[in-house]
Design a protein around this ligand. Sequence first.
Ligand SMILES: [Mn+2]
Length: 411
Amino acid sequence: MKIVHAADLHIDSPMVGVEKYPGVPVERLRSATRDAFKNLVTFTLDEGAALLILAGDIFDDNWRDYATGLYFLRELGRLRDAGTKVVLLRGNHDAAGHVTRKLLLPKEYVTELSTKKAESIVFEELGVAVHGQGYAQRETTQDLALSYPTPVSGLLNIGVLHTSLDGREGHASYAPTNVRTLEAKGYDYWALGHVHAREVVSREPWVVFPGNLQGRSVRETGAKGATLITAQGGAITEVTHVPQDVVRWNVLDVDATDAQDDEAVLGLFERALEEQGRALESRLGVARVRIKVNQRLFGRLLSDEESFFSELRNHANTRTGESWALEKVKLSLAAESPQIDAGGGALLVNDDTLRADPALLERAKEKLRAFNAKMPKDVREALPLDDERVLSQLLAEADAILTRALREDGR
Ligand SMILES: [Mn+2]
C-alpha cells in the first residue's frame, strides 16, 4: 500500500516581486504552485496510492476569489474515481479563524481533521488510522500533539500535525512540541507540515517534514516535492522524497577571482548554468547569481553593471535544452584581493590619493567647510571637517566600513 504525504502547498501564493526581474516568465512563476499541485495529484494516481495526506498550509491566505478553491477541488476530483482517500488539516496560513472563504469538501473521499479537538479517522479497509487536529487560529502556540488520541492497535497509525517542532530557523513557533512527545504516542509515522525544508527528523518512528511542494523564492532553493510512503503488512517499509516542483530556485555561486576579463567571467557563468541545469529536466530554473571577482575587474564591471548584467541574462535566457531566468545578479569582491587584505582600498578617493593631489584636497576641504557651516555649533566643534587630521581619520573609517561591507556581501 502506498500513501503520499505533502504539506505547505501554498496554492496561489502571490510570488511577490517576481515581475521586477527582467526576462522572468511571470505567468509560469505565478501558476507554479497550481502546476505543482497538479503534478502531485497525477503522481498520487500513477503510484496507485490509497491515501493522500495534506499537512496544512494548503492555501497561502484568503483567496482573492473562489477560483483558487475551485481549482483545488477540480484537481482533487481526479482522485475520486481511483478510490484514493484524502485527509487534510489546516495550518497557520489557512487557519479556520483566519480565512473567510470556505470550501464544501466532498465528504465521501475527503476528510478534514477537526480544528476543535484532536480526532482519529479509521480506514478499516486500508488498515490505517489517521490522527490529527487543524489550526483554529493562526497563532496556535499550544502543544497540540499532547492531546492526540492513543493509537489503534493492529492498524498503521499516522499522526498529522502542522508544527515548528522544537524550533526551525525561519519558521514561526506554532504548535511547538518535541520528538520525544511524538515518539511517546506510539504511532508509526508523523506526517508533519510547516517547515519548508524537507527533513527526516526520525526513523523510529518516522517523523517527516516533506518540505513545501513548490519553492516560491530564492530562500526556498532545490528540489521541492512530497514524500511517498510504502507500507506492507501494517509496517512502513520505505519512505522516499519525490520532486513535484515545476520551477526550481537556485543560488549560482561563480568564483571568478582568477578571471581577467568579461569573457572569462561569462565562461565560468556558463559552466555553472550547465552544471546546475542538468537537474532541471523540463523545469524552469530561476537563479540568483553571485559572482566573485578580483578588484580590478570589480571596478570595471560595476562601472557598466547594467550592460554586463543584461549580457548574463541574455546568456541564461537563450540556452538551448534548459530554461533559465535570473532573479538577481550580485557582484562581490574576492576577499583574498591583496589590497583589501592590506586593510583597505575600497574607496576610490582615500587619504593617499587626496594628499597626492593638492587641488583635489583643497576642493574637498572647501566642500566640507560649506557642509560644516550648516551643522549645529556643538557638532561643528566636535567634528571640524576641514581639519586634515579629522578628514584622514574619517576617510580611513569610511574605507574600513566599505571594505567590510564588500567582503560580507561576497559571503
Ligand atoms: Mn505553516
